[in-house]
Design a binder for this molecule. Sequence first.
Ligand SMILES: Cc1cc2nc3c(=O)[nH]c(=O)nc-3n(C[C@H](O)[C@H](O)[C@H](O)COP(=O)(O)OP(=O)(O)OC[C@H]3O[C@@H](n4cnc5c(N)ncnc54)[C@H](O)[C@@H]3O)c2cc1C
Length: 115
Amino acid sequence: MPGGLTGTDLEAYIRDAASTCWHQVGTAKMGNDSTSVVDGRRKVYGVENLRVADGSIMPRITTANTMAPCVVIAERAAELLTGEHRQWPQPEATESAAMPTRISPSSISSDDART
Ligand SMILES: Cc1cc2nc3c(=O)[nH]c(=O)nc-3n(C[C@H](O)[C@H](O)[C@H](O)COP(=O)(O)OP(=O)(O)OC[C@H]3O[C@@H](n4cnc5c(N)ncnc54)[C@H](O)[C@@H]3O)c2cc1C
């Protein structure tokens, strides 16, 4: 960062100089606050039978490269899916006790901690 920049000069510098390093993530964040798209089981809030398993669910970017975390996300998703199908038909109570599949936006406070 060049020293001494503030305000609009600093903003202009960041707009011109920042790059993604090809590590775009976090557009469908996993979590339980009002900005989250999927829950801990990769299920999309408010949509039945839809999961996301890629870099988009990272709540924050990793401090290192992103490919290996994407592999882990996918492997865990496969584990969750096969686990659920082995248990099918799954008792309602078991899943809802483990992780809510839906949340009501009105029940979420803006103070909810980020995940
Ligand atoms: C140039 C470049 C270099 C990189 N180098 C590194 C590196 O050295 N190390 C590292 O760790 N990470 C690196 N990354 C980042 C890494 O590749 C990504 O973080 C990772 O691949 C993301 O995985 P993903 O599954 O989220 O998405 P992707 O790998 O982008 O997979 C998305 C898949 O969905 C498919 N798709 C898209 N739309 C549709 C559709 N409508 N229907 C069906 N299929 C669809 C696409 O064809 C693609 O196969 C690099 C990225 C880039 C672009």
